[in-house]
Design a protein around this ligand. Structure first.
Ligand SMILES: Nc1ncnc2c1ncn2[C@@H]1O[C@H](COP(=O)(O)OP(=O)(O)O)[C@@H](O)[C@H]1O
Ligand SMILES: O=C(CO)[C@@H](O)[C@H](O)COP(=O)(O)O
Length: 522
């Protein structure tokens, strides 16, 4: 117990912590669920939705840190053995520190909670999150600055997306100038969390910085034109320079954590990362591996040596390897939309949902559904649309089929787009992570749609584990750099009959998706 490493993850619905020992073994997983444990902030699934404006109270995140550490303290956690701390955060979300906040951060009183002392530190009280889609106007404006979406993607790794932080900043800059002017620093969720542990502003790491539409993904510097367009000449100073070295010790833990919880004064803080990139650090990936995260969002993640950005996926910088990039697809209608279908058709129970899946062992070739309950990212569509024999219907004749149909369409969308990303390469294995990957029946459908083995990562918090491993690796540079294969479990062999059916369905799926998209555009 003499060398412990912390990996935090501030995700959509909860703050999670994974603690590993020097053999990279997980010795503790703890979490704070926002809705359940901090109900005074009034969130549903961690956010407050007002049409397409989706935010989280920044102070709720601060209160979650207080609560997590109080929980650990109450069980006598030996903080003095923690050698290094790193972490991750939901990507794209942003925090606006009010003028003079740095001063307050540097002088925190260890006898009081963080939330009490930081209550006046934010110029915007509700942080825009990755689920927000209220900045379409800002997106088009940003693309026009660089002659279109393709050029913006070539430069920053992505065309303009509503949730990307540059566009969120531009909205505040244009419509809430007073708050913007009162802001001395803008953090991402990850660098905000790191800031709390450092007691001073942490830089934005490049893996998370590449989700802003502001970073040149090759030089890993902010692009002046884009900065200027989103927040004027003062934006560079408000953001600070990006941190390119993922292994850099950015400082020691603050006096506040030393005095209040008993951390060692030598405990190191490493750059915190985007949650998807951080998850990749938790896995020992082989060529042909695809990682599919089934968390609040669904994401598909691939490692690549060459950045080749396009307008349908994201290219992110790798958090520790300067020569590697991450290709990512992201879906907003992930677990929460599956939960909605579970609630309507399976009596709010995953067991019942799974029973339905078991009662349909094969896909129904003629039934396809699209479940964009909230504005989707890929494709940019909205609404629930069901088709039987390619005709739009109100409901399936057998409504329980929705449970299988949602998984089929989510996974077919992933497969079609992954095929485009991999070009000549072929996937050999899928590694599933995130909350829904605990559900074997869901993963069996994934297995059949992709036609290859699906493996499941055994831990609950892959982003936190990845961050804890980075903390460990920095302390002992020669330590085993990733989890052992024994942490991965194979789910099932693909059923060749089902895989064939899905291959036939993919074409029809694509045609119907276009119809849904056109319908939305009208
Ligand atoms: N047995 C299950 N079957 C399907 N989905 C599940 C199951 N258990 C948890 N989930 C889903 O996992 C989601 C949370 O995933 P998680 O990766 O912890 O999210 P995040 O990191 O975004 O907070 C929940 O919203 C829930 O719908
Ligand atoms: O927007 C994205 C990635 O671009 C999301 O994947 C967020 O990073 C949210 O993460 P989870 O809370 O779903 O883990």
């Amino acid at each position: 117990m003499e060398n412990l490493f912390f990996g935090l993850d501030l995700s959509t619905q909860q703050l999670k912590l994974t603690v590993v020992d020097e053999n990279s073994k997980v010795i503790l997983e703890e979490s704070v669920n926002f809705d359940k444990e901090l109900p005074e902030y009034g969130t549903k699934n961690g956010v407050i939705a007002n049409g397409n404006i989706i935010t989280s109270p920044t102070l709720m995140w601060v209160a979650a840190v207080d609560r997590l550490f109080t929980k650990l303290q109450s069980v006598g956690f030996p903080f003095r053995y923690v050698k290094a701390v790193s972490g991750a955060g939901q990507q794209h979300g942003s925090v606006y520190w009010r003028n003079n906040a740095a001063n307050i951060l540097a002088n925190l009183d260890p006898s009081q909670s963080l939330v009490t002392q930081l209550s006046n530190c934010f110029s915007i009280l509700d942080s825009p999150t990755w689920q927000d889609s209220s900045t379409t106007q800002e997106c088009r404006q940003l693309e026009s600055i660089v002659s279109g979406p393709e050029m913006l993607a070539k430069l920053t790794g992505s065309k303009a997306y509503e949730r990307f932080t540059g566009n969120q900043i531009a909205k505040i800059y244009r419509h809430n100038r007073q708050a913007y002017d009162e802001t001395e620093r803008i953090s991402l969720v990850s660098s905000f969390l790191a800031t709390l542990f450092l007691g001073k502003y942490a830089q934005i790491d490049v893996s998370d910085g590449s989700g802003m539409n502001l970073l040149n993904i090759y030089t890993k510097e902010w692009d002046n034109r884009l900065l200027e367009a989103c927040g004027g000449s003062e934006l560079r100073q408000k953001l600070g320079e990006p941190e390119k070295d993922g292994f850099k010790i950015i400082g020691k833990i603050s006096e506040y954590f030393i005095k209040r919880y008993g951390f060692d004064c030598e405990c190191m803080i490493l750059p915190f990362m985007g949650d998807n990139p951080s998850s990749l650090l938790s896995l020992r990936l082989e060529s042909g591996d695809i990682v599919i995260s089934l968390g609040t969002s669904d994401t598909v993640l691939l490692l690549t040596n060459q950045a080749d950005p396009n307008t349908e996926s994201h290219t992110l910088c790798h958090p520790i390897d300067p020569n590697t990039y991450i290709s990512m697809l992201c879906y907003k209608n992930g677990s929460l939309t599956r939960e909605y279908i579970r609630d309507v058709y399976a009596n709010k129970s995953w067991n019942k949902f799974n029973e339905i899946l078991l009662s349909y062992p094969h896909p129904h070739e003629n039934k396809i559904g699209f479940y964009f309950r909230i504005q989707e990212i890929t494709p940019f569509a909205h609404g629930i649309h069901r088709f039987v024999n390619q005709e739009l219907v109100e409901e399936f004749d057998d409504p329980k089929y929705n449970a299988r149909a949602i998984l089929e369409s989510q996974f077919m969308s992933m497969r079609i787009r992954t095929e485009k990303l991999m070009s000549d390469k072929e996937w050999k294995r899928i590694i599933a992570i995130g909350g829904a990957s605990e559900n074997t029946e869901i993963l069996k459908v994934l297995t059949d749609v992709f036609g290859v083995d699906v493996w499941r990562y055994s831990g609950k918090n892959s982003a936190g584990y990845g961050a804890a491993l980075k903390a460990l690796m920095t302390t002992f540079r020669n330590a085993n750099s990733s989890s052992s294969m024994s942490d991965l479990f194979m789910i099932a062999d693909p059923s060749s009959e089902n895989t064939l059916i899905y291959e036939r369905m993919l074409n029809i799926y694509q045609q119907l998706e276009l119809r849904v998209l056109n319908h939305n555009q009208i």
